[in-house]
Design a binder for this molecule. Structure first.
Ligand code: ADP
Length: 322
């Protein structure tokens, strides 16, 4: 759906983006992760031609982006910015309707879409349709912002620190909700963030950037367990345990358990499946203080008991040399 090939951006004598290449398949999320000034936003804005490349090429849906009009290109691409970019004198309903109205959708279709989107971003249409942006909290504004970017159902979304203006707790909660909305799951997304946890939560593939170059590109588990160099290792080290618990799935450690872990028992925790992360296992599996055995059922119907110690022992095995 999107390919970037040896893309370069120079500002005078400064090379802001230096020979970047990546590919995003349909329905996948690519995260550009790195500290401020490493070239993330410049890379993102070259995809929808808000910034012109100095070298290399980008294709969207198989077509070179410089061979089509900016208007045609941008029609297939939604764009979400960190800072609230809602129109202050438009209601929530009018803000969401901007692009569909430009595309001359009829009123009934716009209304139905607006209702549907507000429900998807967990705002009640009855309560919020007629409200102005200044009457909303930061988190609510960002939900409307996301609904607006989705309004005309573009197949591609570019998101620049979409949760960046929110406090840490709201940010993590909205990030998780967002990752679970079916409409987002179908979209091809390029997302820029400096937040390692957000990158791991939302990225199918993560590119770690430094000084305009991709230092490593891969699936979250590749970066975590096979870092290309000390830079990547350092970058992820502060959040290592949390990232590992979130990245390793129950099915990854399933075969580590011995026969004695197998139970004939029907009290498995229903929210936990083989595809749950070890983080979810710890969070949702342990219902009562002091309880440290979690019973999990796999798709073949086999029950196993997993203790907290099992979880930590397993995570320790997925170390840098595994
Ligand atoms: P990030 O999004 O990772 O914070 P940017 O893509 O915004 O980084 O910037 C990458 C580099 O390009 C930085 O060194 C920044 O100072 C420089 N830069 C960005 N925009 C311009 C500009 N319009 N003119 C000159 N330098 C710029």
């Amino acid at each position: 759906m999107i390919t970037a090939s040896h893309v370069i951006k120079d500002y005078g004598n400064t090379r802001a983006v230096d020979d970047i290449s990546f590919e995003v398949k349909e329905g996948e999320n690519l995260v550009l992760l790195g500290t401020s000034g490493c070239g993330k936003t410049t890379t993102l804005k070259m995809i929808n031609r808000l910034i012109a490349m100095s070298g290399g090429s980008i294709t969207v849906n198989g077509k070179d982006i410089t061979q089509q009009s900016e208007e045609t290109l941008r029609r297939s691409i939604g764009y979400v910015l960190q800072h609230n970019s809602l129109f202050p004198h438009y209601t929530v309903e009018e803000n969401i309707a901007v692009v569909p109205a430009l595309l001359k959708w009829d009123k009934a279709r716009i209304k139905a879409r607006t209702y549907d989107l507000l429900e998807k971003v967990h705002l009640s249409a009855n309560d919020y349709l007629s409200v102005y942006p200044h009457e909303l909290s930061g988190g609510q504004q960002q939900r409307v912002n996301i609904a607006r970017a989705l309004a005309a159902d573009p197949p591609i979304l570019l998101m620049d620190e979409p949760f960046g203006a929110l406090d840490t707790i709201t940010r993590a909660a909205i990030g998780k909700e967002f990752s679970e909305i079916d409409e987002f799951m179908r979209k091809t997304i390029v997302l820029v963030t400096h937040d390692v946890k957000e990158a791991f939560l939302l990225g199918d593939t993560i590119c770690i950037l430094n000084e305009g170059r991709i230092v490593q590109q891969g699936k979250p588990a590749d970066l975590l367990f096979h870092p290309a160099n000390d830079f990547v290792k350092e970058f992820l080290s502060a959040s290592y345990l949390q990232l590992a618990l979130n990245t390793v799935k129950v099915k990854d450690i399933w075969n580590e358990f011995t026969e004695q872990n197998i139970l004939d028992n029907h009290s498995a925790v229903s929210e936990i499946t083989e595809n749950s992360s070890l983080w979810d296992l710890m969070e949702k599996g342990i219902k009562e203080p002091g309880m440290d055995i979690i019973i999990v059922k796999n798709k073949e119907g086999i029950y196993r008991q997993i203790s907290k110690e099992d979880v930590f022992r397993s995570v320790a095995k997925f170390n840098y040399t595994s």
